[in-house]
Design a binder for this molecule. Structure first.
Ligand SMILES: Nc1ncnc2c1ncn2[C@@H]1O[C@H](COP(=O)(O)OP(=O)(O)OP(=O)(O)O)[C@@H](O)[C@H]1O
Ligand SMILES: [Mg+2]
Length: 244
Protein backbone atom coordinates (compact mmCIF):
# COMPACT_ATOMS: atom_id res chain seq x y z
CA UNK A 1 0.00 0.00 0.00
CA UNK A 2 0.97 3.60 -0.59
CA UNK A 3 -0.03 5.52 2.51
CA UNK A 4 -0.04 9.27 2.80
CA UNK A 5 -1.10 10.45 6.25
CA UNK A 6 -1.52 14.05 7.47
CA UNK A 7 1.21 15.23 5.13
CA UNK A 8 2.30 18.84 5.44
CA UNK A 9 4.74 20.68 3.25
CA UNK A 10 5.64 24.35 3.24
CA UNK A 11 8.10 26.41 1.26
CA UNK A 12 9.06 29.26 3.58
CA UNK A 13 5.78 30.73 4.79
CA UNK A 14 3.78 29.20 1.97
CA UNK A 15 1.81 26.12 2.99
CA UNK A 16 1.59 23.90 -0.09
CA UNK A 17 0.29 20.64 1.41
CA UNK A 18 -1.93 21.12 4.41
CA UNK A 19 -2.68 17.73 5.94
CA UNK A 20 -3.14 15.37 3.01
CA UNK A 21 -4.46 11.84 3.63
CA UNK A 22 -4.54 9.39 0.74
CA UNK A 23 -4.19 5.63 0.48
CA UNK A 24 -3.54 3.80 -2.78
CA UNK A 25 -4.12 0.07 -2.87
CA UNK A 26 -2.38 -2.31 -5.27
CA UNK A 27 -4.20 -2.44 -8.60
CA UNK A 28 -5.90 0.93 -8.21
CA UNK A 29 -5.72 3.74 -10.73
CA UNK A 30 -6.15 7.07 -8.97
CA UNK A 31 -6.15 10.43 -10.72
CA UNK A 32 -5.24 13.64 -8.94
CA UNK A 33 -7.00 16.71 -10.31
CA UNK A 34 -6.71 20.28 -9.13
CA UNK A 35 -5.91 23.73 -10.42
CA UNK A 36 -2.43 25.01 -11.08
CA UNK A 37 -0.54 25.57 -7.85
CA UNK A 38 -2.80 23.32 -5.77
CA UNK A 39 0.17 21.14 -4.77
CA UNK A 40 -0.12 18.13 -7.11
CA UNK A 41 3.50 18.01 -8.21
CA UNK A 42 4.69 18.71 -4.69
CA UNK A 43 2.71 15.70 -3.48
CA UNK A 44 4.31 13.48 -6.14
CA UNK A 45 7.75 14.82 -5.22
CA UNK A 46 7.06 14.09 -1.54
CA UNK A 47 6.08 10.48 -2.37
CA UNK A 48 9.34 10.16 -4.23
CA UNK A 49 11.34 11.56 -1.33
CA UNK A 50 12.44 14.55 -3.42
CA UNK A 51 10.93 16.95 -0.87
CA UNK A 52 11.29 16.72 2.88
CA UNK A 53 7.96 16.61 4.74
CA UNK A 54 7.17 19.19 7.41
CA UNK A 55 4.68 16.85 9.02
CA UNK A 56 2.86 13.57 8.60
CA UNK A 57 4.11 10.37 7.05
CA UNK A 58 4.39 8.69 3.65
CA UNK A 59 5.11 5.00 3.41
CA UNK A 60 5.42 2.89 0.29
CA UNK A 61 4.73 -0.78 0.98
CA UNK A 62 5.73 -0.09 4.57
CA UNK A 63 8.93 1.84 3.80
CA UNK A 64 8.94 5.35 5.25
CA UNK A 65 10.27 7.99 2.83
CA UNK A 66 11.35 10.20 5.73
CA UNK A 67 13.74 7.57 7.09
CA UNK A 68 17.05 7.70 5.25
CA UNK A 69 17.51 3.95 5.62
CA UNK A 70 14.10 3.22 4.08
CA UNK A 71 14.04 5.85 1.35
CA UNK A 72 15.92 3.69 -1.15
CA UNK A 73 13.42 0.83 -0.82
CA UNK A 74 10.49 3.25 -0.94
CA UNK A 75 11.85 4.87 -4.10
CA UNK A 76 12.40 1.58 -5.91
CA UNK A 77 8.70 0.90 -5.46
CA UNK A 78 7.43 4.19 -6.84
CA UNK A 79 8.46 4.68 -10.46
CA UNK A 80 7.96 8.27 -11.51
CA UNK A 81 7.51 9.96 -14.87
CA UNK A 82 7.55 13.76 -14.92
CA UNK A 83 6.12 16.37 -17.24
CA UNK A 84 9.45 17.42 -18.62
CA UNK A 85 11.46 14.80 -20.33
CA UNK A 86 14.18 14.06 -17.85
CA UNK A 87 16.06 11.43 -19.79
CA UNK A 88 19.85 11.50 -19.67
CA UNK A 89 20.76 13.24 -22.94
CA UNK A 90 24.19 11.63 -23.27
CA UNK A 91 22.84 8.07 -23.00
CA UNK A 92 21.01 6.03 -25.59
CA UNK A 93 17.43 4.96 -25.08
CA UNK A 94 18.64 1.52 -24.00
CA UNK A 95 21.19 3.10 -21.63
CA UNK A 96 18.50 5.30 -20.05
CA UNK A 97 16.24 2.32 -19.40
CA UNK A 98 18.89 -0.07 -18.12
CA UNK A 99 21.00 2.16 -15.88
CA UNK A 100 18.85 1.90 -12.74
CA UNK A 101 18.14 -1.84 -13.00
CA UNK A 102 21.89 -2.46 -13.41
CA UNK A 103 23.14 0.01 -10.78
CA UNK A 104 20.34 -0.16 -8.21
CA UNK A 105 18.84 -3.63 -8.64
CA UNK A 106 22.22 -5.19 -9.59
CA UNK A 107 20.76 -6.93 -12.63
CA UNK A 108 23.15 -8.23 -15.27
CA UNK A 109 23.48 -6.01 -18.33
CA UNK A 110 22.26 -8.79 -20.62
CA UNK A 111 19.17 -9.37 -18.55
CA UNK A 112 18.43 -5.64 -18.16
CA UNK A 113 18.82 -5.08 -21.91
CA UNK A 114 16.56 -7.97 -22.76
CA UNK A 115 13.83 -6.55 -20.53
CA UNK A 116 14.38 -3.03 -21.83
CA UNK A 117 13.88 -4.28 -25.40
CA UNK A 118 10.66 -6.01 -24.37
CA UNK A 119 9.42 -2.79 -22.78
CA UNK A 120 10.38 -0.79 -25.87
CA UNK A 121 8.50 -3.26 -28.05
CA UNK A 122 5.42 -2.87 -25.84
CA UNK A 123 5.40 0.90 -26.50
CA UNK A 124 6.17 0.56 -30.21
CA UNK A 125 9.78 1.77 -30.02
CA UNK A 126 11.79 -1.37 -30.83
CA UNK A 127 13.62 0.44 -33.59
CA UNK A 128 14.85 3.31 -31.39
CA UNK A 129 16.89 1.46 -28.75
CA UNK A 130 20.15 3.00 -29.94
CA UNK A 131 18.86 6.53 -30.49
CA UNK A 132 19.70 9.43 -28.17
CA UNK A 133 16.85 11.36 -26.49
CA UNK A 134 17.58 14.41 -28.67
CA UNK A 135 16.76 12.35 -31.75
CA UNK A 136 13.26 11.44 -30.53
CA UNK A 137 9.94 13.26 -30.66
CA UNK A 138 8.38 14.42 -27.39
CA UNK A 139 5.87 11.57 -27.43
CA UNK A 140 8.62 9.03 -28.05
CA UNK A 141 10.67 10.49 -25.19
CA UNK A 142 7.74 10.19 -22.80
CA UNK A 143 7.21 6.58 -23.90
CA UNK A 144 10.88 5.93 -23.11
CA UNK A 145 10.36 7.68 -19.75
CA UNK A 146 7.52 5.27 -19.01
CA UNK A 147 9.74 2.30 -19.97
CA UNK A 148 12.49 3.62 -17.74
CA UNK A 149 10.12 3.78 -14.78
CA UNK A 150 8.66 0.33 -15.52
CA UNK A 151 12.12 -1.24 -15.85
CA UNK A 152 12.42 -0.96 -12.06
CA UNK A 153 9.24 -3.05 -11.69
CA UNK A 154 7.71 -0.50 -9.35
CA UNK A 155 4.67 -1.29 -7.24
CA UNK A 156 3.28 2.16 -8.10
CA UNK A 157 3.66 4.19 -11.24
CA UNK A 158 3.45 7.93 -10.54
CA UNK A 159 2.76 10.14 -13.53
CA UNK A 160 2.92 13.92 -13.25
CA UNK A 161 1.28 15.58 -16.25
CA UNK A 162 3.19 13.39 -18.64
CA UNK A 163 1.27 14.66 -21.66
CA UNK A 164 0.98 18.37 -20.92
CA UNK A 165 4.02 19.29 -23.02
CA UNK A 166 2.83 17.23 -26.00
CA UNK A 167 0.72 18.03 -29.04
CA UNK A 168 -2.62 16.19 -29.40
CA UNK A 169 -1.23 13.43 -31.59
CA UNK A 170 1.67 12.66 -29.26
CA UNK A 171 -0.65 12.93 -26.27
CA UNK A 172 -2.86 10.25 -27.80
CA UNK A 173 0.18 7.97 -28.31
CA UNK A 174 1.15 8.25 -24.66
CA UNK A 175 -2.39 7.97 -23.29
CA UNK A 176 -2.93 4.77 -25.30
CA UNK A 177 0.03 3.24 -23.48
CA UNK A 178 -1.22 4.37 -20.09
CA UNK A 179 -4.63 2.94 -20.87
CA UNK A 180 -3.04 -0.40 -21.69
CA UNK A 181 -1.05 -0.31 -18.44
CA UNK A 182 -4.20 0.50 -16.44
CA UNK A 183 -6.04 -2.37 -18.09
CA UNK A 184 -3.26 -4.81 -17.19
CA UNK A 185 -3.45 -3.99 -13.51
CA UNK A 186 -0.59 -1.51 -13.10
CA UNK A 187 -1.17 0.60 -10.00
CA UNK A 188 -1.07 4.22 -11.07
CA UNK A 189 -1.26 7.65 -9.52
CA UNK A 190 -1.98 9.98 -12.33
CA UNK A 191 -1.73 13.78 -12.08
CA UNK A 192 -3.44 15.19 -15.12
CA UNK A 193 -5.49 17.90 -16.75
CA UNK A 194 -6.96 15.31 -19.15
CA UNK A 195 -10.27 15.06 -17.33
CA UNK A 196 -12.04 12.81 -19.82
CA UNK A 197 -9.12 10.43 -19.93
CA UNK A 198 -8.93 10.37 -16.12
CA UNK A 199 -12.62 9.52 -16.06
CA UNK A 200 -12.08 6.63 -18.46
CA UNK A 201 -9.16 4.93 -16.73
CA UNK A 202 -9.46 5.82 -13.02
CA UNK A 203 -11.04 3.84 -10.23
CA UNK A 204 -10.96 6.92 -8.05
CA UNK A 205 -10.46 10.62 -8.46
CA UNK A 206 -9.14 12.98 -5.84
CA UNK A 207 -9.31 16.75 -6.03
CA UNK A 208 -6.62 18.85 -4.45
CA UNK A 209 -7.38 22.46 -3.58
CA UNK A 210 -4.88 24.75 -1.87
CA UNK A 211 -3.03 21.82 -0.38
CA UNK A 212 -6.08 20.00 0.95
CA UNK A 213 -7.83 16.96 -0.50
CA UNK A 214 -11.29 18.34 -1.04
CA UNK A 215 -12.75 15.22 -2.63
CA UNK A 216 -11.76 11.54 -2.80
CA UNK A 217 -14.43 9.51 -4.58
CA UNK A 218 -14.95 6.58 -6.93
CA UNK A 219 -14.80 7.98 -10.48
CA UNK A 220 -18.49 7.95 -11.36
CA UNK A 221 -19.43 9.54 -8.03
CA UNK A 222 -16.85 12.23 -8.61
CA UNK A 223 -18.70 13.36 -11.72
CA UNK A 224 -22.12 12.99 -10.16
CA UNK A 225 -24.19 16.07 -9.30
CA UNK A 226 -24.57 14.90 -5.72
CA UNK A 227 -20.99 13.63 -5.50
CA UNK A 228 -17.86 15.59 -6.41
CA UNK A 229 -19.89 18.09 -8.45
CA UNK A 230 -21.67 19.16 -5.27
CA UNK A 231 -18.40 20.88 -4.35
CA UNK A 232 -18.48 24.30 -6.03
CA UNK A 233 -14.71 24.26 -6.62
CA UNK A 234 -14.91 20.91 -8.41
CA UNK A 235 -17.85 22.01 -10.58
CA UNK A 236 -16.02 25.21 -11.44
CA UNK A 237 -12.80 23.34 -12.28
CA UNK A 238 -14.58 20.84 -14.51
CA UNK A 239 -16.55 23.47 -16.40
CA UNK A 240 -13.35 25.43 -17.04
CA UNK A 241 -11.57 22.28 -18.25
CA UNK A 242 -14.39 21.52 -20.67
CA UNK A 243 -14.22 25.01 -22.15
CA UNK A 244 -10.43 24.90 -22.63
N1 LIG B 1 10.78 24.49 -4.59
C1 LIG B 1 9.80 25.36 -4.35
N2 LIG B 1 10.05 26.51 -3.68
C2 LIG B 1 9.06 27.38 -3.41
N3 LIG B 1 7.78 27.22 -3.76
C3 LIG B 1 7.47 26.10 -4.43
C4 LIG B 1 8.44 25.12 -4.77
N4 LIG B 1 7.82 24.12 -5.43
C5 LIG B 1 6.52 24.46 -5.51
N5 LIG B 1 6.31 25.65 -4.90
C6 LIG B 1 5.00 26.32 -4.77
O1 LIG B 1 4.07 25.39 -4.27
C7 LIG B 1 2.80 25.57 -4.86
C8 LIG B 1 2.31 24.25 -5.44
O2 LIG B 1 3.14 23.89 -6.54
P1 LIG B 1 2.94 22.56 -7.35
O3 LIG B 1 4.01 22.55 -8.39
O4 LIG B 1 2.89 21.42 -6.42
O5 LIG B 1 1.51 22.79 -8.01
P2 LIG B 1 0.74 21.92 -9.09
O6 LIG B 1 -0.57 21.60 -8.51
O7 LIG B 1 1.60 20.81 -9.54
O8 LIG B 1 0.53 22.98 -10.28
P3 LIG B 1 0.53 22.75 -11.88
O9 LIG B 1 -0.84 22.24 -12.24
O10 LIG B 1 0.75 24.14 -12.41
O11 LIG B 1 1.63 21.81 -12.22
C9 LIG B 1 2.95 26.70 -5.87
O12 LIG B 1 2.48 27.86 -5.29
C10 LIG B 1 4.43 26.75 -6.10
O13 LIG B 1 4.83 28.04 -6.44
MG1 LIG C 1 2.49 20.29 -11.36
Amino acid sequence: MLEIASVKKSFGNVVVLDGVDLTIKPGEVVSILGSSGSGKSTLIRCINGLEKLNGGRISVDGFDVSKPKELGEARKRSGTVFQLFNLYPHMTVLGNITIAPIEVLKRSRAEAEKEARELLASVGLSERADAYPGQLSGGQRQRVGICRALAMKPSYLLLDEVTSALDPEMTAEVLAILEKLAATGTTMVFVTHEVEFARRISDRIVFLEKGKLLVDLPTEEFFHAEGGMAQPRVAQFLSKMRKD
